[in-house]
Design a protein around this ligand. Structure first.
Ligand code: HEM
Length: 260
């Protein structure tokens, strides 16, 4: 793992140095990306950050933002292939809203309520960070009759919340319809659905990740038809989960795209 981190740190270090150089050149145009913004902050004297801190910050964003987004996409595709009627309904919605085979744009998302519901349902059943980031109780607390002494480490089991039959009807069924016409969202205020956490340490990548997921999944649905490898039927798919800091599929999804 450390070898990979070292490689990434070298990569980000080179990017940082090249960007500084290019910003000083006469023909430079602003990229307006994260790196440019961080350098603007340093040069504007708003925050004291050095090269090492910026490189580590890029590493954190990269590590926290890649596996989480790709895992969620993989779970969503697996559920769509396991539930062909859901995939068909999503295709129809997109065909009507943006036209078959067209890539989806950010401005289309608000016109695709079923796609939004599919992503919420994926987050409910497959929250990629199942226990969030550990918390420590700042003072003694009483939680539904349980005593939580000051200083205890608290883990929030988001995976179990998503499968709790007292909150969700048929919790083990993939039913995006449950979110149609509902205001429940993943932004940290509906505690039945907190795949990005909640409170002060809520995932800062939420707006980016949520948009990216709609664009990626929407394009995969609208631009391709899909079939499972080796003629596996949808009801025989392996959905076993590997629990760790993130929940991955034990057997990676292998599906074949066919351009529409
Ligand atoms: C599907 C995508 C993602 C999911 C499900 C997700 C989920 C989470 C969760 C559950 C936490 C802990 C929050 C808590 O304990 O309350 C977290 C923290 C974090 N996430 Fe994400 N994340 C995603 C994508 C991203 C992206 C794209 C970025 C950045 C580009 C990012 C950056 C971070 C960072 C930096 C933290 C640590 C925040 C802190 O400790 O204050 N995440 N994420």
């Amino acid at each position: 793992m450390n070898v990979y981190f070292d490689k990434l740190l070298t990569l980000f270090g080179n990017m940082f140095d090249e960007r500084l150089k290019s910003r000083k050149s006469k023909n430079s145009t602003a990229s307006n990306d994260v790196l440019d913004t961080l350098i603007d902050i340093v040069e504007g004297g708003i925050e004291e950050l050095d090269r090492t801190q910026i490189i580590y910050l890029l590493l954190v964003l990269f590590v926290a933002g890649t596996d989480t987004t790709s895992n969620t996409t993989e779970w969503a595709m697996a559920e769509l292939l396991r539930n062909p009627q859901v995939l068909l309904k999503a295709k129809k919605e997109m065909e009507q809203a943006i036209g078959k085979g067209n890539p989806i744009e950010e401005s289309d998302i608000s016109r695709l309520p079923y796609l939004q519901a599919i992503i919420k349902e994926t987050f409910r059943m497959h929250p990629t960070v199942p226990l969030l980031v550990p918390r420590r109780a700042g003072s003694d607390a009483d939680l539904c009759g349980f005593k939580v002494p000051e200083g205890s480490q608290v883990l929030v089991n988001v995976w179990a919340i998503g499968r709790d039959p007292s909150i969700w009807e048929n919790p083990d069924s993939f039913m995006p319809e449950r979110f149609l016409g509902s205001n429940i969202d993943v932004k940290g205020t509906d505690f039945g659905l907190i795949p990005f956490g909640a409170g002060r340490r809520i995932c800062p990548g939420l707006p980016l990740a949520n948009r990216m997921l709609h664009l990626i999944l929407g394009s995969l649905i609208n631009c391709f038809d899909w079939k499972l490898e080796d003629k596996i039927s949808s009801d025989k798919m392996d959905m076993e989960e590997n629990f760790g800091l993130t929940v991955k599929k034990v057997k990676p999804l292998r599906a074949i795209p066919i351009v529409v």
